[in-house]
Ligand binder design. Structure first.
Ligand code: CA
Length: 229
């Protein structure tokens, strides 16, 4: 997976799709990918539960009729473990009782099959808006606010235009406020592509980022690296 120059990937929402109908799952996966989501698929309840426990999952689309473990069982276990990832359940037509059970077990929304992709995407976007309003997605430091889900950065409420690399750098710093970060750490984190590991360019990027977020926020610690805040 490319790790450089693509805020769309770095900040894309990860959707776990748990659906045992291969054809439907493939179609939904394609539609979600086209809408800019990163999709992980599971075809049974056991795999679905395992993947649902992964921290990178932002939302879960969960079929209720699954082999291995039913969708309701998966949902119950997810919530029992304190995982609050938004879940949209897929139910078969005419199974209104499933909908009710799903909502009772902690589903955030449901969709009845068959459905149109635009409706699923609209509902997921609505779920995302609701969940990204949560403080955990917003990292702030002084006048800077970074939404780690969407990659949006504001300074004093006004949007900041950062390159993908500046965004990665800022995110790295903001999650390590007052830590000393060596140039080596930054190089390691920012460039996963061989041939781009030129540590002298780090200083160039640091100075560009300083201009955008306020120079005083990133201090150079001579001989050791940098400190944010
Ligand atoms: Ca099914």
């Amino acid at each position: 997976m490319p790790r450089l120059g693509s805020p769309a990937l770095e900040f894309a929402m990860h959707i776990l799709l748990v659906e045992d109908d291969d054809e439907l799952a493939a179609r939904v996966e394609r539609g979600l990918q086209q809408a800019g989501f990163v999709v992980e698929r599971a075809a049974n309840g056991h795999d679905g539960l395992e993947l649902a426990l992964q921290p990178q999952m932002d939302m879960i689309v969960l079929d209720l009729g699954l082999p291995g473990k039913t969708g309701l069982e998966v949902l119950r276990e997810i919530r029992a473990r304190g995982i609050v990832t938004p879940v949209l359940v897929l139910t078969a037509r005419g199974t209104w009782a499933d909908k009710v059970s799903g909502l009772n077990e902690g589903a955030d929304d449901y969709l009845t099959k068959p459905f149109h992709m635009p409706e699923l995407i609209a509902r997921l976007n609505a779920l995302r808006r609701r969940s990204t309003g949560h403080a955990s997605n917003l990292v702030t430091f002084e006048d800077i606010a970074l939404n780690v889900s969407t990659g949006e950065v504001t300074r004093d409420g006004a949007p900041l235009d950062l390159t993908a690399l500046e965004l990665r750098m800022l995110k790295y710093f903001m999650q390590r406020v007052r830590h000393v970060i060596s140039q080596g750490d930054l190089v390691e984190h920012l460039y996963s592509v061989d041939g781009m590991r030129e540590s002298n360019t780090i200083e160039v990027y640091i100075s560009r980022l300083r201009r955008k977020i306020g120079a005083e926020k990133i201090k150079t610690i001579r001989g050791l690296g940098y400190r944010f805040g």
